[in-house]
Design a protein around this ligand. Sequence first.
Ligand SMILES: [Zn+2]
Ligand SMILES: [Zn+2]
Length: 281
Amino acid sequence: MPLPLTVTLWGVRGSIPAPGPETARYGGNTSCVAVEAGRRTLIFDAGTGIRALGRALAEGTDPVFLLVTHHHWDHIQGFPFFWPIYQPEREVHLIPYHHDSTVLDSLLGQMDGARFPVRPEHLKSRLRRVAEEPVTYLRGCGFGVSQLEVNHPGGCHGYRIEGATGDVVHIPDNELEPPGPKTVSFERLVEFCAGAAVLIHDAQYLPADMPLKHGWGHSVVEHVLQLAAAARVGRVVLFHHDPDRSDAQVDVIQAQARAWLAAHAPGVECDAAAEGMQFTV
Ligand SMILES: [Zn+2]
Ligand SMILES: [Zn+2]
């Protein structure tokens, strides 16, 4: 029986942090989502949102699990500022999307003395570089997850996590309609997301960003809504906001998305992702 999950968004911005008065409401920190199941926390990605999450976790002593969906900067750059890695004896499990611990070199390699002053060997925590298959490993640790490789230059993985009253799907970066051959079809994604209570999905772009950014690995909002509608999810959360998008612009995107869903898939709720947003399933 899956445990109740509390999902908290700590970083919702794509590409690069975008602090400032124009992004203060939705937040300027890059990708970081935490899933709490009982006393255990599974973190998806180490964008700059992980800094504030680390401060919150520093109050406790339970093991933390950090899964990296891929190596792009906006998913690893907050890692050296994640406080639990400095806590003596704190257990931190670093889980790559692929069962090969060298995959974690992107995370730890940035702490090489040149790009960051502290090296991994000087950390006081008990860092465990997981080299096992991630889904099996996480299931063994009490997290019911499944994984799917999605359409993104350099690769990226989406996850479905089982909660007590419904599932959460988190697909941080994915281009639903890329210009070249697809890693995963729209139909397969519909299957993966089917009936989820919450779908958090990359929705960085608008039609006006195309054709320039076609192939950069991120979805146009309307394609994400089509996925949410076809998969009959309960709620779709538009994630990975463009760093140039102001709060006022995100408000408009959210309003238009809600209007599209009301017309095409009534019953599917929609929010633009914002730092601090929480869902319980
Ligand atoms: Zn990204
Ligand atoms: Zn990426």
